[in-house]
Design a protein around this ligand. Sequence first.
Ligand code: SIN
Length: 532
Amino acid sequence: MLPGRSDAFLTAAPDHGGELYSPALPEPEPATVARGGPRGIVPRVAMLAPDLLRTQAFVGGRWVDAESGETFAVLNPATGDEIARVPRLGASETRTAVASAAEALPAWRTRPAKERARVLARLASLMADRSDDLATLLVLEQGKPLAEARTEISYALSFCEWFAEEAKRVDGTIIPSPSADRRILVTREPIGVTAGITPWNFPSAMVTRKSAPALAVGCTMVLKPAEQTPLSALAVAALAEEAGLPPGVLSIVTGAAEDAPLIGAELTSDPLVRKLSFTGSTAVGKLLMRQCADQVKKVSLELGGNAPFIVFDDADLDIAVGAALVCKFRNSGQTCVSANRLLVQSGIYDAFVARFAAEVSALRVADGFADDVQVGPLIDEPAVGKVEEHVADALERGAEMVTGGTRIEGQFYRPSVLTGVGPEMRMSREETFGPVAAIARFDTEEEAIAIANATPYGLAAYYMTGDLARAWRVGAALEYGIVGVNTGLISTEVAPFGGVKESGIGREGSSYGVDDWVELKYWAVGGLAPAG
Ligand code: SIN
């Protein structure tokens, strides 16, 4: 068993029995992928409790269709089958959702923090009770292995738990006054009506990572989930309703890909909305930020990454290989903190590449419901297309394919390792967002740091070393919001998640995550008798 792997990855991983090293690549790769057992997609959908499979949007506390009556299909990335159809909302329904969030705000923000906390705690507990259903829904619409989906549901509900606790601690300060007849106070107040736009790679966790802190401090929210994965967001809303969340406090506005610009424009131009929180690409984040600038709306942006994963000569090879595997192949490489550039020092290079490639080629690619699956499909055809383009570009420019390098079938791509990946290649400059590891060799620590920082992005960086002094030195030199030292897993609700440079603004999770949803109010209280 490799150190550094996640529970989810381990749950889904075959037992390697400690036998890691295998210089020869394993058995011929399968030509097709395993499917999720005898039950096909339709029975799995039918097995879901109807109260969680919601096919209407949730606006102002009501389950609604689009005014046009139009719907769009949600597809299973493993099979291409239609799971459900959900409403295509547009500008008008978004305006209604914002108006209901504004209407709900005064009562919600003045409700005692302990009561808001109770609703969030109840939501967390309902999510825990229904985690099997939520995880099944997540696999159906997103494709990740069931074990990873279960882990995501725990991660998702952990934000409700965490911010239920934080809600009670949104306190203020009294600052010693420079004059005897004055008091100076600072309070933290909810920003007001907020908007959230969430991605498809963590369809449940990103909904709670944004909405739980917002609701905890007394904001209300209109949230638009990614068009590929609206069902998990709607299921969270259904449980929030059951938990006692008042109408209008959280609305879920569903829309197809073509509707996203309209919904985004409405959320960023409605003066009632005081803040937008977005997770997604840097290009879209910049656009939304520009749109928010007109009304000086606050923004939190969790954008693209281009994570370096540095393996120094003094690293523990088991730890480095295990951490690289989980960091690169979790969610089929579709995380913004995925290792995008593996930089390996010359002295450990051959050993690392051999062991890592052997492990990668042994990964089991299958439908998320299949036994022992470790890598599921990519989200959609454009995602596979991007991976193929990156691989073709790298090979044309002289990189070498050590293992993988082809599509298996449909949206399943073979876990792959490329070596000799240079800085001019697309893989080094853009997020590949797929199950392909790009490896480059370096000689000195200074060189590794320079390569790692030579990007406009700054979300997460990882490095593997057994040298304590180097660990402190390199961590200080890396221009990133998050550094993982001898680990490939950094996500937890208790720590601040977020990037620097073009990777974003703001932090999600932890006690720092409260700051993104409150404004400071300074009270100057004069005309008082001297304290005494
Ligand atoms: C993301 O990819 O945006 C989130 C990843 C995580 O929280 O682990």
